[in-house]
Design a protein around this ligand. Structure first.
Ligand SMILES: [Zn+2]
Ligand SMILES: [Zn+2]
Length: 260
């Protein structure tokens, strides 16, 4: 099997209009949309952003008749401490094959909101990593930890600053990721748009030094043109650190694939 994109958004996300059919023009072997699930989302005026499960099931049923592609159900779970039981409850009734674990907001603001610019960048980063650490302790579900630097994107952070100020936090986070056998995502929005490849060049060997071996690539596309965005470039970054395989998830099963 060839590696396929394990992070992209469709009309089932609050921030995308894209049709399944437009992604399917790229003829992926496996199609797994990962739409946004964020309860009490500070990024959208405290709405419960939940992808329409019935619409997903129906859409897949229709498309399965017309395409050779294998269809899986994915979701990107934004988690705020305190929401764990409610999210687990929801997932028990709405099964998914691929679950991304993300930290986007903290119940008061999204880490990408302008409001963070009024605060000290080290304080925001500490708050963000502490939330991630707590979520890794208290929320037991998920396959992939996405965009580890989401909470830093509105600031300029160097790899040196991460090492000096947050090596302890990131070491604790990566140990939890490894113990839980979650994969670490290389995210194309981080890599391209937010120009944070250097932060991954710091994080990848740190994660490896602790025993981390599971990597994924995610375009985080919100339009079909961005499907598999920067996959060659991100795979080249992993090659710098001798990574030879990526992992794909399907429920409790996982499979290793070649780097693209
Ligand atoms: Zn995200
Ligand atoms: Zn996303």
């Amino acid at each position: 099997m060839k590696y396929y994109d394990q992070h992209f958004h469709t009309f089932l996300s609050f921030d995308s209009e894209e049709k399944f059919e437009n992604y399917l023009k790229q003829q992926p072997e496996v199609f797994v949309p990962t739409d946004h699930f964020d309860l009490n989302n500070a990024g959208t005026g405290f709405k419960d952003d939940i992808p329409d499960y019935l619409a997903l099931i129906k859409k897949i049923a229709v498309l399965e008749a017309d395409y050779d592609t294998k269809f899986l159900k994915g979701i990107e779970l934004g988690v705020v401490p305190g929401q764990e039981a409610e999210i687990q409850d929801y997932l028990a009734k709405h099964p998914y094959d691929l679950k991304l674990l993300s930290i986007h907001q903290n119940g008061a603001f999204d880490y990408m909101d302008d409001i963070v610019l009024k605060k000290d960048k080290f304080q925001i980063a500490k708050m963000y990593f502490d939330q991630m650490s707590e979520v890794l302790d208290k929320f037991p579900d998920g396959h992939i930890l996405t965009h580890f630097e989401y909470g830093l994107r509105r600031f300029d952070f160097s790899a040196q600053e991460l090492e000096t100020h947050f090596e302890k936090e990131l070491t604790a986070i990566f140990k939890k990721v490894i113990n839980r056998e979650l994969a670490l995502e290389i995210n194309a929005k981080s890599f391209g748009h937010y120009q944070n490849a250097e932060l991954y060049r710091y994080a990848v060997p740190l994660y490896q030094s602790l025993g981390g071996k599971l990597f994924t690539l995610g375009s985080d596309a919100h339009v079909a043109e961005d499907y598999r965005l920067l996959f060659t470039e991100m795979a080249d970054l992993l090659r710098e650190f001798d990574v030879k395989q990526l992992v794909v998830f399907h429920g409790n099963d996982r499979e290793f694939t070649e780097l693209p």
